[in-house]
Design a protein around this ligand. Structure first.
Ligand SMILES: Nc1ncnc2c1ncn2[C@@H]1O[C@H](COP(=O)(O)OP(=O)(O)OP(=O)(O)O)[C@@H](O)[C@H]1O
Ligand SMILES: [Mg+2]
Length: 237
């Protein structure tokens, strides 16, 4: 589904991604972990077609990122650090607006269902500017999946969420897994990564330092491998 071959991203004289190769199969839920500044958000932005690779190949569902960014964009949902929402609009108006961006028809039912799914029914017609950080994040999650994407890219989706909202987010991801959506989740939250991901990729200093399957929500394995490659503890495994 996502094929990345020797991706290099340079900004000025700084090399942020130093030859990343990665193959992600349709339906996988992949957690992308790594220390601050490792290049995780940059990698997600390249896949989201928001940053151009300096060199290397990226194909998504058989489409070349350089040749078909618009087609690729229509298959993608992307949740960045910033919510992308319009502050003075309500959740309903925001989702209506983004439905139009994606040329979706007959969206009334879908909009209300999504607002329900993220637990904001009582706030459907309240302006987003009055919302707490967690409420904004909930509606931003709804926004990122309004067009039923085949691939979902989430950059630190758990940040600012309370326990209930984390549950809601994990349910959203689980529902997408049932529909074979390919999901990439950048997170610093090991527990949530272990709960929802079936594969973990660790990025360190612009390179992939580890890549392994995770079965049975094995947070111990996740922690050990992370310590081993990021904190350099060779006794960890
Ligand atoms: N537009 C830019 N210009 C210059 N340097 C940049 C730019 N964007 C990112 N960087 C640098 O690239 C490196 C990787 O940044 P990136 O945001 O991808 O890290 P990250 O792994 O997402 O970190 P975090 O966990 O803190 O979110 C950082 O050192 C950052 O300063
Ligand atoms: Mg980041």
């Amino acid at each position: 589904m996502i094929k990345i071959d020797n991706l290099i991203k340079r900004v000025g004289d700084k090399v942020i991604l130093k030859g990343v190769s990665l193959n992600i199969t349709k339906g996988e839920t992949v957690g992308i972990l790594g220390p601050n500044g490792a290049g995780k958000s940059t990698l997600l932005k390249v896949i989201a077609t928001l940053l151009k690779p300096t060199s290397g190949e990226v194909t998504i569902d058989g489409l070349d990122l350089k040749k078909d960014p618009i087609k690729i964009k229509s298959k993608l949902g992307y949740l960045p650090h910033a919510s992308l929402l319009y502050d003075h609009f309500t959740p309903y108006e925001n989702l209506k607006f983004f439905s139009k961006v994606y040329y979706l028809d007959n969206v009334e039912e879908r909009i209300h269902k999504l607002i329900d799914d993220v637990g904001l029914r009582l706030f459907t017609h309240e302006p987003v500017k009055s919302f707490s950080r967690g409420m904004v994040q909930r509606i931003a999650i709804a926004r990122s999946i309004i067009h039923d994407p085949e691939i979902l890219l989430l950059d630190e989706p758990h940040t600012g969420l309370d326990q209930q909202a984390i549950g809601i987010l994990n349910n959203v991801v689980a529902k997408l897994q049932e529909r074979d959506v390919t999901t990439l989740i950048v997170t610093h939250d090991f527990l949530q990564a272990a709960k929802v991901c079936d594969r973990i990729v660790i990025v360190r200093n612009g390179r992939i330092a580890d890549d392994f399957l995770l079965e049975g929500q094995d947070i111990n394995l996740l922690q050990k491998r992370y310590q081993s490659v990021v904190e350099g503890d060779s006794n960890a495994i």
